[in-house]
Design a protein around this ligand. Sequence first.
Ligand SMILES: [Zn+2]
Length: 470
Amino acid sequence: MRLWPVAFALCCVLLAPLAEAANTVKGVRIWASPDNTRLVLDLSAAPSYKSRRLNNPQRLEIELAGVSSLNLGPVSGSAALVKRVYASRTPSAATAVVIELTQAAADTVFSLPPSPPYGHRLVVDLKPQSASRQTLAPVSAVKPAVPATVAEPKIVTPSHATGRDIVIAIDAGHGGNDPGAVGPNGTYEKRVTYAISQQLMQMINQQPGLKAVMTRTGDYYIHPGKRPDVARQKQADLLISVHADAVKNRKAHGASVWVLSMRRATTEVGRMLEQTEQHSELLGGVAEVIKDSANERYLAQTVLDLSMNHSMVTGFEVAKEVLREMGKVAHLHKKEPQAASLAVLKAPDIPSILIETGFISNYNEERQLKDPGHQRRLAQAIFNAVKSYFSQQPPADSMFAAIKQQGRAVPVASVGSGQTVAVAERTHKVKAGESLSRLARQYGVSMAQLRQHNRLRDDNIKIGQVLRIP
Ligand SMILES: [Zn+2]
């Protein structure tokens, strides 16, 4: 659930007179050298900031006073150390820029006054903890002084997209003492749903820009009504519940996809509004500001209605895409998404679908559903549908959105006083006997950077392959 943009748009109107001196983040630039990563926030005014370290995941949160917009502007460059950069709200509703790290790193944060071609900047230097331990002698345990002038590269090289991962919650139906439906040959639905979900999780996690979370990670029971809560905690963009059908009629066969019914969604919105303690969770910091409970309820209702609309449209569109893809590998029981009032499909704020992968009560489909090859084809079809949907309709702050944008724009870099020039990117054609580690040394970059920059799954490279050098 990402209600913030909506909640914020509304609260802006209410809080406008209280706004502090305005500052805006105009863009974020990232670049890495072998032992240091620098991140620069370009700002419209001198920053007033506070930074703090947070764990799980490792991240640095920089609270910026007077910044009201959650828009960070364009993010250019990348570094192996930086997983993603995004804007967020602190519990006190201040805007913070969060730098999520791939490993622990020491940070130095300082601001720089305008110096053409640059304006006000906030600089964040990051050093991987392991590296600093190697290089810091005990005598130099004093924090290094902030340099008065900092040389910056004159050219911002175009790089691959950054942005957050789109989170897909995968719910393997049933589990533990609830086996789900049992096939005529004794196949448990809970095993089939778990096997398909695991395959789907792996496919999603291998796709840059997508991240999977599982509602259950083993053979145990979670009440269906609790499963959307897991998705909500993980801020999922989509919840996919995987099941297999069963009916008395052994002839019934084929897959179907279910979406939240309008009636159930409206009921759930009403229920969430009754639970006033949930309002603050829905509205973030705004609820603390709005002391008037009638207003709070009105705002919560508006946010939920907008959010419900969005999730129902998204759920329906994803469901159609899943049916299109599954139709290529399996028989379809119903060719259109079906609406239902099911416990797992109750979150009005998270796009949710339930996939019946086939009838486990049908001899033929029971055999198919047990087969790892068929399970993989089903998982692949669901994955293709998810990827295709989010490639077309990416959330604004996601890496998918940045990629979509870049697909339209020719990469150009800005140089100084507003001119733009195309920058020839360094590439390397792999020759016999070369390895990724050797190329990393040759170009003074890390292997992780090379892998990330070229979307490599492992360290294997082929002769003739052209690599982009970050
Ligand atoms: Zn089921």
